[in-house]
Design a binder for this molecule. Structure first.
Ligand SMILES: [Zn+2]
Length: 247
């Protein structure tokens, strides 16, 4: 869904943990660059390519992939995209999530889930997936590290905001040209309204809520939540909702 000039969400259906839900990677482009933020679950490189083509953008122009964090539903199809596309892709992430993305460390949430007493109560099909992901994770080299406050010189300027809590290296991004915030999993949306991060998937909730304060200085008119989709409104309303959620 196109949400601003040179900004669109891709709608992908995620069903690997049982109940199907829609996830929203974001595509950002201009005449020079095409950037994809997050890559769905394993096995979604085809729908990603199709969604990009459906927006009228030649997949051969995709040159940068930004991972908001290491979770399997964000990193999932990165290795396949790198393998299947002939062009060189530059992959960006934060230093604190890099070891899990590169396979040096297990994917944090998967390994926490595997060790929790809750694991044995999960449906067998999901347990099999978790075991499989831990045994052979989707590994991708990170080419370029992003730090808090760093401004990427692409598509009118994109500021990196380190928003840890959901994972240690979680990143959100502010697109200056369109006033869009790509929230990753720092925020979720339900019925067009912003809600806080998913508590059951956020190991450090106090830190995740404190991270929301870092979004307040930005003039945000649209928020893309990976889970829950797009929220739009007056910047003042979005700011006051963020203040409310941050507590
Ligand atoms: Zn997620």
């Amino acid at each position: 869904m196109k949400i601003a000039e040179g900004v669109a969400t891709l709608e992908l259906t995620m069903s690997f943990s049982g109940t199907p839900s829609v996830i929203h990677p974001t595509l950002v482009w201009d005449e020079t660059n095409v950037l994809l933020f997050d890559t769905g679950t394993p096995g979604q490189s085809k729908p990603i390519r199709e969604e990009i083509e459906r927006l009228g953008i030649d997949i051969a122009r995709l040159d940068k992939v930004v991972l908001t964090h290491q979770d399997i539903d964000h990193l999932g199809s990165m290795p396949k995209l790198r393998e299947e596309l002939p062009q060189t892709l530059e992959v960006f992430a934060h230093a604190e999530d890099k070891p899990s993305i590169e396979g040096e460390k297990p994917i944090l949430k998967m390994s926490m889930l595997r060790q929790s007493p809750r694991f044995d109560t999960l449906p067998e099909s999901f347990r099999t997936i978790v075991e499989h992901v831990l045994a052979s994770p989707p590994v991708s080299k990170v080419d370029t590290l992003l730090a808090d406050g760093e401004k990427l010189p692409y598509c009118g300027g994109i500021t990196t905001i380190h928003t840890p809590g959901h994972t240690p290296g979680h990143l959100s991004f502010y697109l200056h040209a369109s006033k869009v915030l790509i929230a990753g999993d720092a925020l979720m949306a339900a019925d067009g309204k912003l809600i806080g991060p998913n508590e059951s998937a956020t190991p450090d909730m106090p830190l995740a809520l404190a991270s929301l304060r870092k979004l307040l200085p930005y003039d945000i008119e649209t928020v893309v939540c990976y889970h829950g989709g797009v929220v739009t409104g007056a910047a003042a309303d979005i700011r006051s909702r963020l203040e409310e959620l941050a507590g």
